[in-house]
Design a protein around this ligand. Structure first.
Ligand SMILES: [Zn+2]
Ligand SMILES: [Zn+2]
Length: 124
């Protein structure tokens, strides 16, 4: 077909909205590719964050939110806390009294590494 013929074919496609359809498909394809790329990037970021979290030792913090270093061997927390002693009618504390955190420390299942460490020291 001579070049003139192709121009007519293109013009007919253009007139019938073919170009819009093609352009739409190209746009959708580009957007999908972009979204996939973002998903991959996001997944990589999540993976890196999880890895970083796994490498860090867990914060030795008790359920009372105080550091485990504040607890003695019996598990009693020695952190000073302010306990409300007087409330107004809206249950809003009016006066505080300095006291001691009455936490007994969490005595449930221990992390596996700690159990192993204790078994080893018992044997020695
Ligand atoms: Zn505690
Ligand atoms: Zn405490």
């Amino acid at each position: 077909m001579p070049v003139d013929g192709w121009i007519w074919v293109l013009l007919i496609i253009f007139w019938t909205g073919g170009f819009a359809w093609v352009a739409d498909n190209v746009r959708t394809a580009l957007r999908n590719r972009h979204e996939r790329k973002m998903e991959v990037l996001e997944a990589a970021k999540q993976e890196r964050l999880a890895l970083e979290a796994a490498q860090q030792p867990p914060e030795p913090v008790c359920g009372c939110t105080h550091h485990l270093a504040k607890h003695d061997k019996q598990g009693r927390c020695h952190e000073r806390v302010e306990a409300p002693t007087e409330w107004d009618e809206n249950k809003k504390p009016l006066r505080y009294e300095a006291g001691q955190c009455n936490c007994q420390q969490y005595v449930g299942p221990q992390p596996l590494s700690q159990v192993f460490a204790e078994e080893l020291t018992d044997r020695a």
